[in-house]
Design a binder for this molecule. Sequence first.
Ligand code: MBD
Ligand code: FE
Length: 297
Amino acid sequence: MVAVTELGYVGLTVSDGDAWKDYASQCIGLEVLDEGEAGRFYLRMDNWHHRFVVDIGEEDDLSFMGWRVAGEPELQAFEALLTENGVEYRVATVEENEERRVLGHLKLHDPAGMPVEIFYGPRIDMHFPFYPGRRMHDRFVTGNAGLGHCLIAANDVRASYDFYRMLGLSGSIEYHLGTPGGVVKPIFMHCNDRQHSLAFGVPPDGKRLNHMMLEYTDINDLGAAHDIIRGREIPVALQLGKHANDKALTFYSATPSGWLMELGWGGCKPEAQQAYHNLDIFGHGPEATGMGLDVEL
Ligand code: MBD
Ligand code: FE
């Protein structure tokens, strides 16, 4: 069975590019790569050409997710699988592959209308190592674990679950969470050693993206990010705490786009068997509200 192997890249549309360059580099430690393209810059986390494509626009949201497969045979197998399942897709042109710095990709949409790309062969610039935007103790967790995770909108949770299962992700409901509107039961899915690369099932609040999570290899970099974000008085939706499912120590900061960035350290691998939780291990106390994650963790 063919399956995606990692969340390889994402696209963001942002209204304030300068605020994003500053937040991404000075708060998070990402590398800004501006190659002079009009209205577009990149963010790097490792020696991939980029992990984020950032376009200046009005939306302030996720614009696409890129899911990696091993190579061309796997991409062809996905063409057959999508056709078999009646999912519309398009094979990217040579120009579109050059734009993404990949050898090949398919363009499709998830059931919520999110643009999804399945790609193989990213450009990895071994001669151009990652250069953090601010002083860092160590690095970001990427490797075979992809860039992090996204909590995205799903208006039909079952349809999204079936779609991402078809892409080869596994997972289940992992929480029953109290919210002002009642209990929500979010689903968490994985495709590699990262405990989850994708989550959905909290009520959509108008954006495609609720939050992204990036993970440091050294707890000191999480501490540095926390100090910088607190020092700047950037709103924090959920305070430092440790998740029951991936065991990661994280906190959730507002981004210049309004959605949240979860910064973390110490996430674990997926368990072989499913389980769900009502509460986290400790922390994650609510602070700034109204950013799409008013949940009792
Ligand atoms: C997560 O990464 C998360 O964002 C939530 C809400 C619960 C568990 C793990
Ligand atoms: Fe998360």
